[in-house]
Design a protein around this ligand. Sequence first.
Ligand code: TRP
Length: 335
Amino acid sequence: MMENENKKVMLSGIQPSGDLHLGNYLGAIKHWGARADEFDCYYFMADLHTITVRQDPAQLRRRVLTQLAQYIACGLDPEKNTLFIQSHVPAHAQLAWVLDCYTMFGELSRMTQFKDKAAKHKDNINAGLFTYPSLMAADILLYQPDYVPVGEDQKQHVEICRDIANRFNGIYGDVFKMPEPYIPKVGARIMSLSTPDSKMSKSQPEGCVFLMDRPEDVARKFKRAVTDSDTERCVRYDRENKPGVANLMAIYSAVTGKSYEDIEAEFEGQGYGKFKPAVGEAVVETLRPIREETERLLADKAYLEGVYRAGAERAAYVAEKTLRKVYKKVGFLPR
Ligand code: TRP
């Protein structure tokens, strides 16, 4: 089943720092289920990373569990993927310490995300925020993955991971496999419903449709979606001049499979009054099974526990193998 030696390995961490939304789903998660056919996939909830910014403990627990349930509901089959929680596999923290000693103050100081987050959380510029990249390097290198799927904003972290791995390998021989960033081919870029020139984001809740939103809230958000101020008022795909309409068309296309031409024909001569609720309805129907399945899974705590325990066990087996090798290389005496 999962132990396919010939499959390339893929690994990605997801921060349980917010609720998932339509942009996350259509742009990324929807396409993850199919990857398992081609790759041996590891996905983990990066809770260790999340506490670099203050979290409410009860909310963090809830989010980790909700996200796990949502990923499963979105099609990540725990029988075909290794799904686990980062803090359940101590090797992450253990390797991170070792890698800290092979990561330079200067290179950490240059990380864009550190500079951004330090500016945003001036009252809590903690050491974990600073060494975040070496923990992420540990996450990756423990599993010797071929590919790390990341968004644009995380590319620099994969780069520094490669630099750290190179430095370590340069001293001790080929311990770590060199991971490549993986930029997915598919996935729609979904923009905010209220400000269609910026990406859909939880920080702008009015323009953001959450996977767990009630149908009436989804419908309302679409009815209020910004279209455009031109006088044409027709459903035509033009990213440049009609970003709001283009975004709604991209969403409608992604959830129905219809082409832009089909959509233009469907709403020919109808203005936006019909179009916006139709997109809303299609989204409601797409999200309904995901929301219901998430709720069903969340009500079945024993099942979710079984998933993350089995995931941690499989992950730890692989991770500890790499950690033992590293400990030996640096000269730690075996217990
Ligand atoms: N830093 C990533 C993010 O914020 C999450 C993450 C943690 C990650 N460890 C990882 C992603 C390892 C890929 C691989 O999105």
